[in-house]
Design a protein around this ligand. Structure first.
Ligand code: NAP
Length: 236
């Protein structure tokens, strides 16, 4: 089958946010502010995807394996999918520690998108644990990365699990299609605690319009699903 050039997966981001818009604290330390239900929600979203994408800082800070509970793995098998989605890491600098937990688990292949800025020492250590896509440019080109995932790895649905820096970069380029947002019953405050779109003081290039397609509450948490409309508009 000949694939359309520039084809990309449907990109779904899943985040949990406090009532005052924070996704983590000032120190970026792992912070557990959501319920078991929300964790299950994240797993269910992950289980729907062909691949999961994570930014280097979130991977490093949270030290996650990006696995799935056995019942969700079984459900994937019944749907004709692999037991777990591909795991995709993005980093410009490429200084990814091969001792992170993700590399100790072989539940699914790991793909790294980075640049030739990755020091040889890191490259050597990671080569046996992941497939490396290293570009000549200073920064990873997001549309090319998505096209590669689509064309080379047959990824139709990509679950973006943050963090906010990566989410914002994708959003700015109109590469997010859906946002699953859990509103958690907390407030953190603090200008230095990242919001959903990170810490940047800059406006987005254009306001992003969302359509609410689903909403339900469990306990004190609210689970929202937005379709991103990407209509052009002025901020303020
Ligand atoms: N509440 C939630 O739902 C949620 C979800 C996810 C994460 N978090 C939290 O968010 C915090 C981390 O967020 P963050 O915004 O600091 O970091 P992040 O988005 O996870 O990662 C940023 C790093 O990823 C790489 N990266 C991001 N965008 C890139 C791009 N366009 N091209 C190439 N590389 C790119 C770069 O790595 P290099 O520096 O290696 O070049 C960048 O420094 C953690 O505290 C985590 O717990 C919260």
């Amino acid at each position: 089958m000949v694939k359309r050039k520039g084809q990309r997966p449907f990109v779904v981001a899943t985040f949990a946010m406090t009532a005052d818009g924070k996704v983590t604290t000032r120190t970026l330390a792992p912070v557990d502010f959501t319920s078991r239900e929300d964790k299950l929600h994240l797993f269910r979203q992950r289980a729907l995807a062909d691949a999961v994408l994570i930014g280097h800082t979130s991977l490093k800070r949270d030290n996650v394996r990006i696995g799935l509970p056995a019942e969700l793995q079984d459900a994937r098998t019944k749907r004709g999918q692999s037991r777990c989605p591909l795991r995709v890491i993005i980093s410009n600098k490429g200084r990814i520690d091969h001792r992170l937990k993700i590399f100790q688990s072989d539940i699914s292949p790991i793909i790294i998108f980075s640049t030739k800025r990755m020091p040889p020492k890191y490259r050597k250590a990671l080569e046996s644990k992941a497939t490396l896509h290293l570009s000549d440019a200073e920064h990873v080109n997001l549309p090319i990365m998505l096209a590669t995932l689509s064309n080379k790895y047959n990824v139709r649905r990509l679950a973006c699990e943050g963090g906010p820096t990566l989410f914002r970069a994708l959003l700015e380029r109109r590469l997010i299609d859906q946002l699953n947002l859990t509103l958690a019953p907390y407030m953190f405050g603090g200008a230095k605690a990242p919001t959903l779109t990170g810490l940047s003081k800059e406006f987005l290039p254009a306001s992003v319009h969302c359509a609410l397609t689903n909403m339900h509450t469990i306990g004190d948490e609210c689970f929202l699903t937005y379709r991103i409309k990407h209509r052009r508009g002025r901020l303020n």
